[in-house]
Design a protein around this ligand. Structure first.
Ligand SMILES: [Zn+2]
Length: 352
């Protein structure tokens, strides 16, 4: 789709040729806004069939997405196995868009902050695209994941004293200094991650509840954006309920939703590394998505995630990480009526 980049903070607009993801005036995080109508007759379960709904660009059609929607043992529950993506998490959907854009704008390096999975994914697509990747990770991140990135993807790793939010600040500073493309939880990644919901709806038209694990809340806000766009295209009548899932040890979005306030920073204490984000970039947008879809927010304990993870391995023979099991734990707690999908976000099971 043809699009503009809009700053929600100061209102400034940029053309689709603006080569950055932050506003030049106020450093706000830009949003991709469709600027010309899109033709889409229906949804097929095929990642690249959604290209008209992605920001216009020169994409290489790598094989990704089209992940299995597995019928669970529980009546009415389906599991979206994002573990089947090339680097074992939903992050690939966003990375493929970001790297295409970085190359289009002529960059030779991308910089990103990550809790692990995103860095792994971005480094993978950077290598395919022939572009350097520099990754900022908290010293507390899962070190085995990080070692894997360094060893197999030729990425440069920078260890940061502090949490994910601090790593994000460092990545921003670095990208300015080195003129590297700032990748991460920004507009283009969000666009790619919309495809999870497209695929779910292509397969299950009448889904009632979608459980989405929330770290930085990009997948969640992308899911909401996907629903809004599909409705405006006439491809969706009623929104399914979006249910945000966090750990009870790191639950800023759950608290903001329940207490009707803006998202506030929490020190991330959960062992579920992929969702250990104390101040989610898209937290407030996630709360908006919950309300607009009559959804809800659920905090599950780290123990519940561990139980679901073991159960998942026992029942399906597949290894998933703690955050990957979060949506399943939330489903088990709430057992809502109607067809439900739990997004199994990642399968990188390496433990520190
Ligand atoms: Zn601005």
């Amino acid at each position: 789709m043809r699009y503009l980049m809009k700053c929600p903070q100061c209102g400034r607009q940029y053309s689709m040729f603006y080569p950055r993801q932050l506003c030049d005036v106020c450093a706000g995080i830009l949003e991709v806004t469709q600027s010309a109508s899109v033709e889409m007759k229906g949804l097929r379960k095929d990642f690249w069939s959604y290209e008209p709904l992605l920001p216009e660009g020169e994409y290489k059609h790598y094989k990704l997405g089209n992940t299995t929607l597995l019928r669970a043992r529980e009546q009415g529950l389906f599991l979206k196995l994002e573990t089947e993506n090339p680097t074992k998490s939903f992050k690939d959907r966003g990375s493929v868009v970001e790297i295409a854009k970085a190359l289009e704008y002529g960059y030779d390096e991308v910089a990103v902050a990550s809790t692990g999975n995103m860095a792994y994914s971005l480094a993978y697509y950077a290598k395919l695209g022939g572009i350097r990747a520099t990754v900022f990770v908290s010293r507390n991140a899962n070190w085995l994941k990080i070692r894997d990135i360094r060893d197999t993807r030729d990425a440069k790793i920078v260890k940061v004293d502090g949490d994910f939010t601090e790593a994000q600040r460092r990545a921003i500073r670095y990208s300015k200094r080195k003129e590297a493309f700032l990748a991460g939880d920004y507009a283009y990644r969000k666009e790619g991650q919309k495809t999870v919901v497209y695929e779910i709806l292509a397969e299950l038209g009448d889904v009632r509840n979608i459980f989405v694990p929330v770290g930085n809340a990009t997948l969640f806000s992308a899911s909401y954006k996907a629903l809004v766009e599909l409705r405006s295209l006439g491809l969706l009548k009623e929104f399914p309920r979006l249910i945000a899932v966090q750990s009870s040890k790191t639950d800023p979005v759950v608290v903001a939703f329940k207490e009707r306030q803006k998202v506030r920073y929490q020190k991330p204490l959960t062992d579920a590394g992929a969702i250990a984000v104390g101040y989610p970039t898209y937290g407030d947008q996630a709360v908006e998505g919950i309300r607009a879809t009559s959804g809800s927010a659920v905090a599950v304990t780290d123990e519940e995630m561990e139980v679901e993870r073991s159960r998942f391995y026992y029942e399906y023979g597949l290894q998933i990480e703690m955050a990957g099991a979060a949506s399943l734990a939330a489903y088990r707690r709430t057992k809502p009526a109607g067809k439900s999908v739990a997004v199994i976000s990642g399968g990188n099971t390496l433990k520190p």
